[in-house]
Design a protein around this ligand. Structure first.
Ligand SMILES: [Fe+2]
Ligand SMILES: [Fe+2]
Length: 180
């Protein structure tokens, strides 16, 4: 394990006790690494942004992700990294636009991993039995995983220039590979 990942995992464990939330962070990490590799970007850096994007959510839900800024600064992360994390929140929270590719992908990977994971839990065979078509159909069921924002899922795919089914397939593959 690299130094950066080790440091980040320690931070995550310090601030997040809820196992489900930790796993969500690891799912987003897996997807970010997948896309970094695909785009020839820094997999460690993108993965870490995914891992730490909800760092302050459990302790400071009302001010997330702004409360994470001093923690990330203190840990030595640069402003572009922090801006990518700020960019995944609603504009009225942070008002930081998603300018970098890393920021766009982070936003695109956040909500969809939650939906895919929730669906994999109720489907026999789990992730191995998921297909984009089924996931997209399930998105239309409003009662299912109701805290997952469907508009953000569509917007996220649009921002990275992918059709939703291709994006969902990538997310399924990345999560399968990560085995979390
Ligand atoms: Fe968040
Ligand atoms: Fe998240």
């Amino acid at each position: 394990m690299s130094e950066l990942r080790e440091k980040s995992a320690k931070l995550l464990e310090k601030y997040i006790e809820n196992v489900n939330l930790r796993n969500h962070c690891y799912h987003v990490e897996a997807c970010m690494k997948f896309y970094a590799e695909k785009s020839g970007e820094d997999t460690e850096r993108w993965g870490t942004a995914g891992m730490l994007h909800d760092l302050d959510w459990e302790k400071f839900p009302d001010t997330h992700p702004n409360t994470a800024v001093p923690i990330l600064e203190e840990a030595g992360f640069d402003m572009a990294f922090i801006d990518a994390i700020l960019g995944h929140a609603y504009p009225e929270r942070t008002n930081v636009p998603r300018e970098t590719q890393m920021a766009k992908y982070l936003f695109a990977c956040d909500e969809i991993t939650g939906l895919v994971h929730a669906y994999s839990l109720m489907k026999e065979g789990g992730l191995d039995n998921l297909e984009p078509k089924g996931v997209i159909k399930k998105m239309k069921d409003k009662a299912f995983a109701r805290n997952v924002n469907r508009d953000d899922i569509r917007k996220g795919a649009e921002e990275i220039g992918l059709e939703l089914d291709e994006h969902v397939q990538n997310v399924i593959n990345a999560m399968k590979k990560a085995k979390i």
